[in-house]
Write a protein that binds this ligand. Structure first.
Ligand SMILES: NC(=O)C1=CN([C@@H]2O[C@H](COP(=O)(O)OP(=O)(O)OC[C@H]3O[C@@H](n4cnc5c(N)ncnc54)[C@H](O)[C@@H]3O)[C@@H](O)[C@H]2O)C=CC1
Ligand SMILES: CC(C)CC(=O)C(=O)O
Ligand SMILES: [Mg+2]
Length: 345
């Protein structure tokens, strides 16, 4: 049956990398007999410009009825004073679709090992997943801004924590059998509850080891001892920060994809980075984050494991061939890199 994929290109480098991802999908589809249709929708700043709102109803309805959603990136300094910012559209979309489980894999392609800014002995064997809670916590609590005071509320219920910790354990059971639960239990009430729930959930997974870590020292260990980790699970804010930090391991945000899943309904696939306004329109953005998000979509929403593997192999081959965008120290344009990946499929 034809799969309906809603695409949200968004802002900044969003439209450029979305085109690259869709070109790769179009080239791959006949090879794996994958039948799909694309339904592009306005989102983020582009939707503010067109409709006055970052998440128009037509976009939300299409997303709800899709088989999967591809999102590139939203935001930009031109919207800093907008009454509703693009970022609010993103948070509302995640909430409306119930996308509570954000999976951010940190793998280092062979070709990237010698490009990483870190020593080879540190990079060797790095393969972990950040599982970020995506629809709760401080991003969704009440925000109050007065002239001299400001307040952001961080709320988590037992059930919200339990379901994301379970996702982490399910993933760990199929991988390295270790979960590192990250919190700030020495200070925060939400983190104290987080630890209690993690211990409760762990009882149902006797083959998976659970360790707890405080977010500040974990931020350091993720860089000094990254191969110690298998599945890192944490709340929304910490997961946002730690996953961007993890991009230092492969060397750039431009190769980092993600998947966001709900209990029911379509999943959404997006790079972990933002709209990169500093390089938007220059044709030099790295499209790999989007292309690998397409691979995650094929594997996780459509069971197209071989198609996903074709894409990942083509990306690795392209990097090994030395086709590198500026963020990786090379001179290839987005179009050159995309064409090379397609020819390596
Ligand atoms: N999911 C989303 O759509 C997200 C949106 N944002 C929004 O994006 C806007 C810009 O945020 P920043 O803090 O600048 O973060 P950013 O992630 O957009 O960029 C950070 C740095 O990484 C580089 N970079 C990011 N993606 C790249 C790629 N594919 N290829 C090469 N270089 C890449 C950028 O050029 C920049 O130097 C803000 O409005 C922010 O709110 C931020 C994060 C996620
Ligand atoms: C609006 C932000 C929460 C987006 C972001 O930084 C992310 O999802 O990584
Ligand atoms: Mg982020």
């Amino acid at each position: 049956m034809t799969k309906k994929i809603v695409t949200l290109a968004g802002d900044g480098i969003g439209p450029e990398i979305m085109s690259a991802g869709l070109e790769v999908l179009a080239a791959l589809a006949p090879k794996i007999d994958f039948d799909y249709e694309i339904d592009p929708k306005n989102f983020g700043g582009a939707a503010i410009d067109a409709d006055g709102h970052p998440l128009p109803e037509t976009t939300l309805n299409a997303a709800k009825n899709a088989d999967a959603i591809l999102l590139a990136a939203i935001g930009g300094p031109q919207y800093n004073d907008a009454p509703v910012r693009p970022e609010q559209g993103l948070l509302s979309l995640r909430k409306a679709l119930g996308l509570f489980a954000n999976i951010r894999p940190v793998q280092i392609f062979d070709a990237l090992k010698h490009l990483s800014p870190l020593k080879p002995e540190i990079i060797d064997g790095v393969d972990f997943v950040v599982v970020r809670e995506l629809t709760g916590g401080i991003y969704f609590g009440e925000h109050t801004l007065n002239e001299r005071t400001a307040r952001d509320v961080n709320d988590y219920s037992y059930e919200e924590i339990e379901r994301i910790i379970k996702v982490a354990f399910e993933i760990a059971e199929k991988r390295g059998k270790k979960v590192t639960s990250v919190d700030k239990q020495n200070v925060l009430a939400t983190s104290k509850l987080w630890r209690i729930v993690a211990e409760d959930v762990a009882k149902s997974y006797p083959h998976v080891a659970l360790e707890h870590a405080l977010v500040d020292s974990l931020a350091m260990k993720m860089i000094t001892n990254p191969s110690d980790f298998d599945v890192i699970v944490t709340e929304n804010l910490f997961g946002d920060i730690l996953s961007d930090e993890s991009s230092v391991l492969p060397g750039t945000l431009g190769v980092m994809p993600s998947a966001s899943h709900a209990a029911n309904g379509p999943s959404l696939y997006e790079p972990i980075h933002g709209s990169a306004p500093d390089i938007a329109g220059l044709g030099i953005a790295n499209p790999i984050s989007m292309i690998l998000s397409v691979a995650m979509m094929l594997r996780e929403s459509f069971g197209e494991t071989i198609g996903a593997q074709y894409i990942e192999n083509a990306v690795n081959k392209t990097l090994l061939d030395g086709i590198l965008t500026k963020d990786l120290g090379g001179k290839a344009s987005l179009k050159e890199m995309t064409a090379a990946i397609i020819s390596n499929l």
